[in-house]
Design a binder for this molecule. Structure first.
Ligand code: SAM
Length: 204
């Protein structure tokens, strides 16, 4: 885990707690908190973790008793119970690799983040692209009734994205866990009870 730069962050409770408990990221606590609130991942689930490196979320999923397939542009040190695929979630080739490990998943989670430019609008739009790539993958590999969790940097497109994702889930919400930094632009879309496209377009 890289050391936080700002003095404020060095005092960060979750950073030191992650170090103490052997988690590879402070983000691990966000998933722990969201899973407590929304019961997204259960023992025995097959979880697809997109944008997974360094692996904090994957570690937590394994602790929940899930089998994990993790994907990232960057390499990830091995974790027992996790199959790692190095690839870009925007690429068709990555989707093929995901499907070749497992055809259907109970849960798809995505904490992928673009390289930050510092320009709010650019970072937001790049993050929206990642959300839509994760959703495109989820629509293909998520089991009916499955759960979806994805991070987005908030901005002008947030509501449009919400409207696009919303019809596909029985339960849907934007949520910010306590472990997200107060000044962070990030927000998570939580979708439970996935409906396949044919149900969405022919029933509703
Ligand atoms: C905030 S980190 C994820 C932290 C992780 N959830 C954890 O707990 O350790 C975001 C990750 O998204 C990855 N990422 C960004 N764009 C991606 C893309 N197009 N395809 C795959 N991974 C991507 C980055 O390489 C980075 O490792």
């Amino acid at each position: 885990m890289p050391k936080p730069r700002r003095s404020q962050d060095r005092q960060d409770y979750y950073y030191w707690e992650a170090k103490k408990r052997g988690y590879r990221s402070r983000a691990a606590f966000k998933l722990i908190q969201m899973n407590k609130t929304f019961k997204l991942i259960r023992e025995g689930d097959k979880v697809l973790d997109l944008g997974a490196t360094p692996g904090g979320w994957s570690q937590v999923c394994v602790e929940f008793g899930a089998e994990v397939v993790a994907v990232d542009l960057n390499p990830m040190r091995p974790i027992e119970g996790v199959t790692f695929i190095r690839g870009d979630i925007n690429d068709e080739e990555t989707l093929d690799k995901i499907k070749s490990v497992c055809k259907e998943y109970d849960v798809v989670i995505c904490d992928a983040a673009p390289k930050i430019t510092g320009h709010w609008s650019i970072d937001h739009l790049r993050s929206v692209e990642l959300v839509l790539s994760a959703f495109r993958i989820a629509k293909i590999v998520l089991k009916p009734g499955g759960n979806f969790l994805v991070k987005m940097f908030q901005g002008e497109e947030s509501q449009r994205v919400f409207r696009e994702l919303k019809p596909f889930f029985r339960f849907k919400k934007f949520h910010s866990p306590p472990a997200s930094r107060k000044r962070s632009a990030e927000i998570y879309f939580v979708g439970k009870g996935f409906k396949r496209a044919k149900e969405v377009f022919f029933v509703e």
